[in-house]
Design a protein around this ligand. Structure first.
Ligand code: GLA
Length: 400
């Protein structure tokens, strides 16, 4: 089981959440926060593993987010407290070390170190963090933390950082300081979200297009509550296989490969590498197709695209797990389902369904029951909204 949490009642109401975070800040640091920053998690609606192949992804920055309450302090010390984990970290801006092992502290430290290396002036501070993005579930709680931290330092230092640059610096922190070779999807989603819209992201030129989802369609995240230990090494292996496919096909990235080119060059590729390439080429095209289908409210097309995506993830890219198959069955059998598929890197974690809005409650209840019947695990099911990207916010305006 993962260390996820349902949003407690107090955190679902923004005013109450603000009150609790401020109270905890006072308790830990004996002062009042002077600045608040927030950044969303994300769920991808289409485009698994297309980002590092420079293809397209359709992504939804989530109403589940990370908040930071902060205050400048004299000197070069940064003290950060995580409410979710009830843990504190302290470091000096003059010597930012990576802590060994995978820990939330490295995301904070990594962003601070990366911003400084780029020449930004950072100030010492106290910060309390609270997130509603479930941890380690494939909804990018780490990118939400990184983007919130970068937003906080920019706000405290009173310097400007465009959303695009912020996303790239957060990705750099994750690639180089934390040591995870992720693509740009998570950080871009967290920094560039627009309220009420999905984003079609072109991972080559990093342009985004807002995609409206037709009225009556609701996005529901379904958490399998499982994660395969190997996901890190499997991720790196998929990346390497894609790079190999691109090199053998004579292009710099699989983005440049059309289905025709792949058919013509397939015999040059080892069988497994060919299957990986086949998935990526089709999945990137599906991201563009799903954007059109969702805007038009074309439910049969949504259903088909999602089904093709899951089948490819299972048979060609091999990122599915038994828990994901059980969840897929539960989602597809539930009332109101329009389409369902994997999300994030795969290997467990969250999946996503597009659901008839009027039947969201019935869908949730049926998925929970069916998934429990087949796995004896209580799934968490979250209907989500599209949220705006990382920003400083005015606590006095919260909940108005
Ligand atoms: C993880 C990575 C992203 C992306 C997805 C799969 O979330 O961090 O960069 O590759 O997996 O689409």
């Amino acid at each position: 089981m993962l260390s996820t949490e349902q949003i407690p009642d107090w955190a679902a109401d923004p005013r109450t959440r603000a009150g609790r975070v401020a109270a905890r800040f006072r308790e830990r640091f004996a002062s009042e926060p002077e600045l608040w920053a927030r950044a969303p998690g994300r769920v991808d609606l289409m485009g698994s593993h297309t980002d590092y192949n420079l293809g397209f992804v359709l992504t939804l920055p989530l109403s589940r987010d990370t908040w930071i309450a902060a205050r400048r302090r004299d000197g070069r010390t940064v003290r950060v407290y995580s409410m979710n984990l009830d843990a504190e970290d302290e470091f000096r801006l003059d010597a930012i070390d990576r802590i060994s092992g995978s820990t939330w502290c490295n995301y904070v430290r990594g962003v601070a170190a990366t911003l400084q290396n780029e020449g930004f002036e950072l100030t010492g501070c106290d910060a309390a963090i609270h997130g509603t993005v479930p941890l380690e579930s494939g909804l990018s709680s780490s990118a939400a933390l990184e983007s919130a931290v970068a937003t906080m330092f920019a706000g405290l230092g009173d310097w400007n950082l465009t959303a695009e640059r912020k996303a790239l610096l957060c990705q750099k922190a994750e690639n180089e300081f934390v040591g995870v070779k992720c693509g740009i999807l998570d950080q871009y989603s967290s920094c560039l979200g627009r309220e009420g819209c999905a984003l079609l992201l072109d991972c080559r030129d990093l342009s985004t297009r807002a995609v409206c989802i037709a009225a009556g369609i609701r996005i529901v995240v379904c958490n399998t509550m499982s994660r395969r230990r190997l996901s890190g090494s499997e991720y790196a292996q998929r990346r390497a296989e894609c790079e190999q496919a691109a090199a053998l096909l004579g292009v710099s990235a699989l983005r440049d490969v059309t289905p025709e080119m792949l058919a013509a060059g397939r015999h040059e590729l080892p069988e497994r590498v060919a299957r990986r390439a086949e998935f990526i080429v089709a999945e990137s095209a599906r991201a563009e197709s799903l954007a059109r289908a969702l805007t038009a409210g074309d439910r049969p097309a949504v259903a088909q695209l999602c089904a093709e995506s899951f089948a490819g993830a299972r048979d060609l890219y091999e990122i599915c797990s038994p828990a994901m198959s059980a969840m897929m069955d539960a989602m597809l059998a539930a009332p109101g389902v329009i389409g369902a598929r994997q999300a994030g890197a795969g290997f467990g974690g969250c999946m996503v369904a597009l659901v008839d809005a009027a039947r969201t409650d019935a869908f949730r209840a049926a998925v929970r029951d069916a998934y429990y019947d087949s796995t004896q695990v209580h799934a968490e099911i979250y209907p989500v909204e599209a949220a705006s990207g990382a920003a400083v916010f005015d606590i006095a305006e919260i909940g108005k």
